[in-house]
Write a protein that binds this ligand. Structure first.
Ligand code: B1M
Length: 215
């Protein structure tokens, strides 16, 4: 197989032997971020489709996710970074009950490589923990990620809780993850939240939104 197709296949098959050599070679052809967006994520999409249609079992999905994470960690130091620093602070968490963190961690990389400080508190974070960390770290915005359909409901609950605690106008919120839709966030959740809530389709939209929030 040609190199870039082989990389995509490595994700689908969860095969990490020889991964680093392939990534090195791929970096001779294109930027690390393009390798992630165009090849590695294509592999993850196939994994999602196979799993969703019952053709792939969970342990193999986990293995694919591990290879994905290893690949991203390998590419990360080679990514472009801006010199500017301290443009603002973003808290990132995957919401309560949800373990998916590949997307959230990509947002972390893109946003922090572009001049922001990111406080990434990990997966399965209840709103209490999110707000405590936001307070403690004096963040400018809160980003929540979630991939499960039930996470979209948790996000709504979280926004309501933030209203109740009177912190809605203090924290603009960025939401992302495969189960969300732009309409749900920009119509339904925007109506619920007393502060600003934005939908980010991908990590770069997350970055653009941070630029907007901090402007
Ligand atoms: Co899970 N899983 N999974 N899974 N998994 C999905 C989400 C699913 C759609 C698969 C499917 O059925 N086709 C499905 C959800 C169905 C639903 O809710 N309707 C599903 C399921 C069912 C489950 C379990 C329940 C399975 C089970 O146990 N029976 C279980 C859930 C456990 C839990 O959370 N409590 C589970 C477990 C797992 C693994 C642990 C095996 C693994 C996760 C490993 C990890 O993350 N460390 C896993 C994986 C890998 C997937 C799929 C295949 C791939 C997800 C991924 O990493 N994509 C996924 C299929 C899919 O998404 N279609 C699936 C790549 C990643 C870069 O994309 O996170 O969407 P994503 O991020 C994007 C954007 O969404 C955006 O930016 C990124 C791109 O730049 N973005 C943000 C994301 N967050 C953002 C935040 C922002 C801004 C942008 O600002 C704050």
């Amino acid at each position: 197989l040609p190199l870039l197709e082989r990389l995509e296949k490595r994700i689908v098959e969860g095969e990490s032997t020889g991964l680093e050599a392939d990534l090195e070679a791929a970096m001779q052809q294109k930027k690390p971020i393009d390798i992630i967006n165009e090849n590695l994520l294509a592999g993850m999409k196939t994994v999602g489709d196979l799993f969703g249609s019952g053709q792939m079992q969970l342990p193999f999905v986990l293995q694919s996710a591990e290879v994905m994470k290893t690949a991203v960690a390998y590419l990360e130091p080679h990514m472009e970074k801006t010199d500017t620093d301290g443009k603002g602070k973003l808290l990132l968490a995957t919401v309560k009950g949800d373990v998916h963190d590949i997307g959230k961690n990509l947002v972390d990389i893109i946003v922090s490589n572009n001049g922001y400080d990111v406080v990434n508190i990990g997966i399965k974070q209840p709103i209490n923990a999110i707000l405590e960390a936001a307070e403690e770290n004096r963040v400018d915005a809160i980003g929540m990620s979630g991939l499960l359909v039930k996470s979209t409901v948790i996000m709504k609950d979280n926004l309501q809780e933030m209203n109740a605690r009177g912190v809605a106008t203090k924290y603009p919120v960025l939401l992302g993850g495969a189960a969300l839709t732009r309409t749900y966030v920009e119509n339904d959740l925007d109506e619920v939240y007393q502060g600003d809530v934005h939908y980010a389709k991908d990590a770069f939209e997350g970055l653009r939104l941070m630029d907007r929030v901090m402007a």
